[in-house]
Ligand binder design. Structure first.
Ligand code: AMP
Length: 422
């Protein structure tokens, strides 16, 4: 079904088609063709979809149409509120919506607010109101306390990556925000996974929602080749360098367990003339934006990132993702490999598996319902056979728990010490 048959109003359709044409979309993705008609009719929607499925356009385009029909005022009342877990995702969603709105007859003001940067410019930007606000929950509450905006006239609420919002501990903030919203509103709820806490939240918020399931990775991503390379933990950096060079990876996103490891691994790669940058939560927002920009324009070849920071990175054509340290959970594995092979591109996900992390990787395979053949690279065949005690502690941090336990923290500390030796 083409975009023109999804129910957009004839008055706005040309502007939308031009904007999505600019982005190179040819046909709606699965979630777009299912969600857009329902959202345009005012229904609540709960979508089980990853980043990469095209969900941003699925909620943003109908929201823009609804805005066009809503009465305006001075200051502009905020009609659309989108809550996201990270600043990167906030910036990305804000940018995407501004792009979709570019050719609309009336100007749409989109404000993006997130923590970790000064609140004053955000308060200034909200003067005069904003039609759509994209926000991380903590900063939104700060701004509400400063009376910098009102959300009592919100007609559409979007929770984007709802599972991550809860994972990152925003549950309480969400509750407070929900209380400040008008009870009659449209709710759009997107999440990659639906553990019980998410089901409860969805149940409490949604009215007769349309349920949309876009199949999870790996079914929807047959174009992601998954490889598992056996290597001793201590030789991973050398192997990474070897692969970048021999397999001519133009761009790779490498996941590590700690900020410290991100710094160390990037440093080692730079020493052998591979343009690499660390990417983690302790970097300033300016630095993070710079790294992503450089990555986009290929001035940086390898970004070495921690999970939380990497969430929401959207780089078209990200060909390779590497699990240098294995993710803690199967869900994180899905999120990580979902960074590649987005919207039809093909991608490669490589996991380094050492004797110490073999059991953990097996558990991820089991939870994912996949089996990845182990391979070895000539010159990097592992020598360790028995899992030494905490051979690779950073990557074995307990698959069940979402938050690091005391034990996980100890393991992380041990990993830091170990990475220093690399
Ligand atoms: P999202 O899941 O919204 O983060 O989108 C993932 C990526 O897919 C982004 O780079 C979008 O620009 C792209 N995308 C979204 N919809 C389409 C479409 N219909 N055709 C091609 N690419 C798309």
């Amino acid at each position: 079904m083409p975009f023109s048959s999804l129910g957009f109003s004839p008055a706005l359709l040309p502007a939308f088609l031009r904007a999505i044409g600019d982005k190179g979309y040819r046909a709606p993705t699965a979630i777009q063709s299912q969600a857009i008609p329902a959202i345009l009719l005012g229904r609540d929607v709960v979508g089980s979809a990853q980043t990469g499925s095209g969900k941003t356009a699925a909620f943003a385009l109908p929201m823009l149409q609804q805005l066009a029909n809503a009465p305006t005022g001075t200051p502009r009342p905020t009609r659309g509120l989108i809550l996201v877990p990270t600043r990167e995702l906030a910036a990305q969603v804000g940018e995407a919506i501004a792009g979709f709105a570019k050719y609309l007859p009336q100007r749409v003001k989109v404000a993006v607010v997130f923590g970790g940067v000064s609140i004053n410019p955000q308060m200034m930007n909200l003067r005069g109101g904003a039609d759509i606000v994209v926000a991380t929950p903590g900063r939104l509450l700060d701004l509400l306390e400063h009376n910098a905006l009102k959300i009592s006239e919100v007609s559409t609420l979007v929770l984007d990556e709802a599972d991550r919002l809860l994972d990152l501990g925003f549950g309480e903030e969400l509750g407070r925000i929900l209380e400040l919203l008008p009870p009659r509103r449209q709710n759009l709820f997107f999440s990659a996974t639906f553990p019980p806490a998410i089901e409860v939240l969805a149940e409490s918020m949604l009215h007769d929602p349309l349920r949309i399931e876009v199949q999870a990775v790996p079914e929807t991503k047959p174009d992601i080749a998954q490889r598992a390379i056996q290597v001793d933990a201590s030789r991973r950096t050398q192997l990474l360098r070897h692969l970048v060079q021999t397999e001519k990876w133009e761009r790779a996103l490498v996941f590590v367990a700690t900020k410290h490891a991100a710094e160390i691994v990037a440093d080692k790669l730079r020493k052998v003339h591979i343009e690499a940058e660390p990417f983690h939560g302790e970097l300033s927002q300016g630095k993070r934006t710079q790294v992503l920009q450089d990555f986009r324009i290929k001035a940086v070849q390898v970004v070495v990132a921690t999970d939380v920071a990497a969430r929401g990175i959207d780089i078209a054509q990200m060909p390779v993702v590497v699990n240098y340290d294995l993710p803690r959970s199967a869900v994180d594995y899905t999120h990580r490999i979902g960074r590649t092979g987005r919207a039809g591109e093909s991608g490669l996900a490589v996991s380094f598996v050492s004797a110490g992390t073999e059991a953990h990787f097996k558990l991820i395979e089991k939870r994912q319902g996949i089996k990845v053949q182990r391979e070895q690279v000539e010159g990097f065949e592992p020598l360790e056979t028995l899992a030494p005690n905490a051979a690779d502690p950073a990557s074995t941090g307990g698959i069940k728990g979402k938050r690091p336990s005391k034990k996980d923290k100890l393991r992380e500390a041990a990993a830091r010490a170990q990475t220093q030796d690399k």
